[in-house]
Design a protein around this ligand. Structure first.
Ligand SMILES: O=C(CO)COP(=O)(O)O
Length: 126
């Protein structure tokens, strides 16, 4: 039996409204998957779509990006959607870089902005 796909959702603070809107618009697609998310992002996604299966990990600055990186390293994440804020310095910038590095090392699809995420879902839906 094939396991349900796992999608990781993360958004920096300035991008959280975008992530909530993205989740609401693509709720049917996301509902097919198991979602893992950093703490605050997961809360916003659940507010927008209470029916989704969302596991909330720690907040990004407290280790959430690292937790998602570990899930990527153990093969549990199939797609990473991470709405990055490129204009604000982050105390946990090294964690963000480490997460992106692991997504590349393990060759999983990684969307770093909304346009790419929408394109990936369009392709997946075709
Ligand atoms: O900081 C983040 C990613 O680097 C996101 O964490 P939160 O979803 O907890 O805000």
């Amino acid at each position: 039996m094939s396991r349900r796909k796992c999608i990781a959702l993360i958004a920096h603070d300035e991008k959280k409204d975008d992530m909530a809107a993205f989740a609401a618009e693509n709720e049917a697609f996301l509902a097919e998957a198991r979602i893992v998310a950093t703490g605050t992002t997961g809360g916003r996604v659940l507010e927008a779509c209470p029916g989704l299966d969302v596991t909330r990990l720690k907040s990004g600055p407290l280790g959430g990006d690292q937790q998602i990186g570990a899930l990527i390293a153990t093969g549990e994440v199939d797609l990473l959607i991470f709405f990055v804020d490129p204009l604000t310095p982050m105390p946990h910038d090294v964690d963000v870089k480490a997460l992106m590095r692991l997504a590349i090392v393990y060759d999983i699809p990684m969307a770093l902005n909304r346009a790419t995420a929408e394109s990936l879902l369009d392709f997946a839906g075709d």
